[in-house]
Design a protein around this ligand. Structure first.
Ligand code: XMP
Length: 509
């Protein structure tokens, strides 16, 4: 299969490059810049993209490839640091710019062939402190800007191209067309990547890997594990055993809805384990957030281990690991700081002698959603907001009791219902209610009340790493607040969270 290899030099946008190329229908993979020549040959890429990065190419510690990538005879596109690397290693010169250039700039095209075919002078996104001051041997300038006399270069004979700006980011007006010109016209890649083709290949691969053996899948009810279960069922039918643990910390009627979804749409039976008593009794009296997380993670593993024994013919444990987790662990940036779901049943595969089956290791979240849609998972489910592994356990602040969880479940359900009614659900990345360990005075009818405060949170985001608070319309806030106070006994005050991330986090604990 034709594929584009992206070498990561540490840019914050590397994953965006891969996503944009895949959106064009071409498979793309990210590897650290240190990739060896034999690994490179094994991948056999059709084209190579060099990402940006925070270093200066001439610095002592600068990331340089481990072999001469410029003599591999495949088309290359260097972006920002990638362009500077092309120059530095091919007889050009790179120096510190008098002024750092950050933000929008006007790209002025000098040559409209190949990579800039159908591109006009337009806005591009710049983010660099270094500049090309001398062209590398055999290259020509194909675009400039007021700040950068050399903004894009090419060597047609060697099919090497470089741009100072970031075509992958949204602010570069014609960035998609530039990437398309590279992968289609210069690399000659055809359409080979979409949900449909992924499903066909994945099913064949799963069948081959698993053979006649059985597979266990921990079904949390999130998008990833749900789509995974449906795909596995399509591939191996009744050899799949799904276990869903109701932690007692799910949203209102969540487990029941999940069972119904599978029974009605996929004719699959799921082993439902009611773990609420275990979770809630182990959490009694605990208020410290990290301790709560540990207890929840451990309880999950304990219950899952017992449940899995029901299917002791199984040789595989399926998990919805996604591509960003895979790249994070091999990236040039060092160990990941991303919070991983505690549902990746840590340590269990080794302990139970199970092999890991991870069919989504190559997929981004939006691709899992597309696969889900293609497999017939309903839209309302596939588009659901992310939900943390520890569930309401980290949204009932302070001590968790059955009663407090129920209060929060009701408030949260009303909140999400009002968001959906206002047509805002798909505009928000994540929305949820939080029950505070604070009581306040109120008056209802003729009586004074002294009850709980509920906070509402809604954010927009791309990947959860940064987020803005969502500007909820006043009339929607008004109906949420009055419904929650009227319908949920135990809450007499509602507040809306207007904190972005950073400095806040999305969750409150
Ligand atoms: P924060 O609160 O760190 O959240 O800004 C970023 C994203 O991660 C989710 N989150 C978690 N997910 N286990 C999970 O599986 C956790 O312990 C956890 N903590 C936060 C959060 O819901 C948001 O989507």
């Amino acid at each position: 299969m034709e594929k584009i290899l992206i070498l990561d030099f540490g840019s914050q946008y590397t994953q965006v490059i891969a996503r944009k190329v895949r959106e064009l229908g071409v498979y793309a993979e990210i590897y650290p810049y240190k990739i060896t020549e034999s690994e490179f040959k094994a991948i056999n890429p059709t084209g190579l993209i060099l990402s940006g990065g925070p270093s200066s190419v001439y610095a002592d510690e600068a990331p340089h490839p481990s072999f001469d990538i410029f003599n591999t005879n495949i088309p290359i596109l260097g972006i920002c640091y990638g362009l500077q690397l092309i120059a530095y290693q091919n007889g050009g010169e790179v120096d510190k710019a008098a002024h750092r250039e950050y933000g929008r700039a006007e790209l002025l095209i000098d040559n409209n062939e190949d990579i800039f075919q159908n591109i006009d002078n337009s806005t591009v996104w710049m983010s660099h402190g270094d500049l090309l001051t001398k062209l590398p041997n055999g290259f020509e300038i194909i675009a400039h800007s007021n700040n950068s006399p050399i903004c894009a270069i090419r060597n047609v004979a060697r099919k090497i191209y470089g741009v100072q700006f970031h075509p992958e980011v949204h602010h570069t007006a014609q960035g998609k067309q530039i990437l398309e010109n590279f992968v289609r016209n210069i690399c000659g890649c055809k359409d080979n990547w979409d949900a449909h083709s992924f499903i066909d290949t994945a099913i064949a691969k799963i069948q081959e890997q698993v053979g006649e053996n059985e597979v266990i899948c921990a079904l949390s009810g999130g998008v990833d594990s749900t789509v995974l279960a449906v795909l596995l069922h399509k591939a191996i039918g009744d050899k799949l055993h799904c276990i869903h643990i109701d932690t007692g910390l799910m949203r209102l009627n969540e487990s029941a809805k999940l069972m119904k979804l599978f029974a009605e749409n996929f004719d699959m039976s799921i082993e439902l384990i009611d773990g609420s008593e275990t979770f809630l009794s182990r959490l009694a009296g605990v208020t410290e957030p990290e301790q709560k997380r540990k207890i929840i993670g451990k309880s999950f593993i304990d219950l899952f281990e017992v449940a899995a024994k029901m299917f002791n013919n199984s040789k595989w444990l399926a998990q919805g690991t996604l591509y960003p987790d895979v790249i994070e662990s091999v990236s040039v940036k060092g160990p990941s700081v991303v919070i991983k779901s505690h549902h990746n049943v840590g340590g269990l595969p080794e302990k139970m002698g199970l092999q890991l089956l991870e069919p989504f290791r190559e997929l981004f979240k939006d691709e899992v959603r597309a696969v889900g849609r293609e497999l017939g998972v309903p839209d309302w489910f596939v588009n659901r907001h992310p939900f943390p592994g520890p569930g309401l356990g980290i949204r009932v602040l302070g001590e968790i009791t059955t009663e407090r969880v129920q209060v929060l479940q009701k408030a949260d359900a009303i909140y999400i219902d009002e968001i959906r009614k206002a047509g805002l659900y798909d505009k928000i990345w994540q929305a949820f209610a939080v029950l505070l360990p604070v009581q306040s005075v109120g008056v209802m009818g003729d009586e004074r009340t002294y009850e709980n405060v509920c906070a509402l949170r809604a954010v927009t985001s791309v990947d959860g790493m940064t987020a803005d608070w969502f500007p909820m319309p006043y009339d929607t806030l008004a109906s949420m607040s009055s419904r929650i106070i009227n319908e949920v006994r135990g809450i007499n005050r509602v507040v809306y969270d207007i904190t972005s991330k950073p400095p806040g986090t999305i969750e409150w604990e």
